[in-house]
Design a protein around this ligand. Structure first.
Ligand SMILES: *Cc1c(COP(=O)(O)O)cnc(C)c1O
Length: 273
């Protein structure tokens, strides 16, 4: 297949590059401090930020990036180095599965909540991909109506083996050979995030509890080589305001935007520029 050469990405100014490298090293140090005995993945959330910012981070050794909007991800992936591992962290619509699946270096989709979306992704993922596409199931740990995600599994869940979350995990493992169930993702409530400086974040604890319950079920049904990292589900939790608390609660994947790239314009502000 002929590779199309795209226009090279413009370079950020020397000042911007220095600023990004500085914030990246600060965040890396905080990640290290919050989880000294582990090596969690830092996903740099680059939504609304120019490709030149992403490139400056790549040149500093950052390879995991998160994006929320399908078209923005498609555009950036086409211009930026193939070695990048893209994580889709936005609301997933099944009708966008085809275009997402066409991105060769899409590494993970962290926001799967339906068998319909999983089936569509499995259908459109190219058979010449070397590895399956990693899937994380989004869990609404705070139960807020404005947050997407499936209900968690807790001690008060009746018939955990019949919940939507468990059925979706089962569906991916048994019916979607081009997908790999990698773990669980949550956002959590702002109130818990603000309070988690002083006390454990209840939403993060709920995700930990959900993982324990789901792993116990999956172990009964499938051999450990079929799911997670050899039978361990990873947790994606923690953003700029709470990633240190999340890592202390056992997060494996921190998603940090503002802390690396600075504040973002709001959608309305972008439209009017
Ligand atoms: C935007 C976003 C982030 C990053 O948020 P910051 O507060 O800028 O770090 C992380 N996760 C998800 C799901 C997001 O939408």
């Amino acid at each position: 297949m002929a590779s199309t050469s795209s226009t090279p990405v413009a370079r950020a100014s020397a000042e911007r590059i220095a600023e990004l490298h500085e914030s990246l090293s600060e965040i890396r140090a905080k990640v290290q401090n919050a989880s000294p005995s582990r090596q969690p993945t830092l996903v740099a959330v680059s939504k609304y930020k120019p490709a030149s910012d992403v490139l400056a981070c790549v040149e500093d050794g950052q390879l995991d990036f998160g994006e929320n909007y399908v078209q923005e991800l498609v555009d950036k992936a086409a211009q930026l180095p193939q070695e990048i591992r893209w994580h889709f962290i936005g609301t997933l619509q099944s009708n966008k599965a085809k275009v997402l699946a066409s991105i060769p270096n899409l590494y993970a989709i962290q926001t799967v909540t339906s068998t319909k979306a999983a089936t569509a992704l499995n259908k459109y993922i190219s058979s010449d991909r070397a590895t399956p596409l990693n899937i994380l199931l989004q869990v609404n740990t705070s139960g807020e109506e404005n947050k997407s995600g499936l209900p968690p599994l807790t001690s008060s869940t009746t018939s955990p083996d019949e919940t939507e979350l468990t059925k979706l995990a089962k569906h991916i493992i048994s019916e979607c050979p081009r997908l790999r169930l990698q773990g669980l993702m949550t956002i959590g409530s702002l109130a818990e995030s603000l309070a988690s400086v002083e006390k454990p974040n209840h939403d993060f604890e709920t995700l930990v509890e959900t993982r324990t319950a789901l792993e116990a079920l999956l172990k009964e049904w499938f051999s450990p080589d079929k799911w997670g990292a050899n039978g361990k589900l990873l947790l994606s939790m923690g953003m700029s305001s709470d990633f240190e608390a999340a890592l202390k609660s056992g997060s494996d994947i921190a998603r940090v935007g503002t802390g690396i790239f600075g504040s973002r314009l709001k959608k309305e502000e972008i439209k009017s520029t």
